[in-house]
Design a protein around this ligand. Structure first.
Ligand code: TYD
Length: 143
């Protein structure tokens, strides 16, 4: 059974703290177990940009990797599916993170021209950690 199901809200959103300084806004993504912190030590950071409105990204999930997805600029929609629940989230602010836990199938679409996504991951890149077939994802949930 998916161990994440019982422990995380769906969708699991994290509002990161910001400091509105005189010369700009500073948002903090700090590791820690408190509310508003990155819940895992970050081993990999990705920035995704240049998507067209018709593009789709993701369409997969992971066996072990947890990720936090933040829309630093612009907006997009993320569809989530944990095998029993489906929902979608619009990301359009740089202080809101969406926690993509293992075995949460995720697909990003509806990108604005200026969309820039930040991904914080708890693992280094490993293609073997990906589940790219939806049928395989459903099989894994039954195990
Ligand atoms: P891809 O799996 O299509 O990215 P996404 O997870 O957003 O669907 O990866 C595109 C290419 O980039 C592919 O050749 C693998 C490589 N890649 C890395 O080298 N490191 C990474 O952390 C990621 C996510 C991809």
């Amino acid at each position: 059974m998916n161990p994440v199901k019982s422990t995380l809200k769906f969708p699991a959103l994290i509002k990161f703290p910001s400091s509105d300084t005189k010369n700009g806004v500073l948002t903090m993504f700090e590791y820690g177990k408190k509310i508003g912190q990155v819940p895992f030590p970050v081993k990999r950071t990705l920035v995704i940009r240049g998507m067209k409105a018709s593009d789709r990204r993701g369409g997969h999930t992971h066996h072990k990797t947890s990720q936090i997805l933040v829309c630093l600029s612009g907006s997009c929609t993320v569809r989530l599916d944990d095998g029993s629940r489906k929902t979608s989230v619009k990301l359009n602010r740089p202080d809101l993170g969406l926690w993509l836990a293992p075995y949460v199938w995720h697909t990003m679409s509806g990108f604005s021209d200026d969309c820039v996504l930040l991904v914080l991951a708890d693992s280094t890149y490993n293609e073997k950690d990906y589940i790219r077939e939806y049928g395989e994802f459903k099989k894994c949930l039954k195990k």
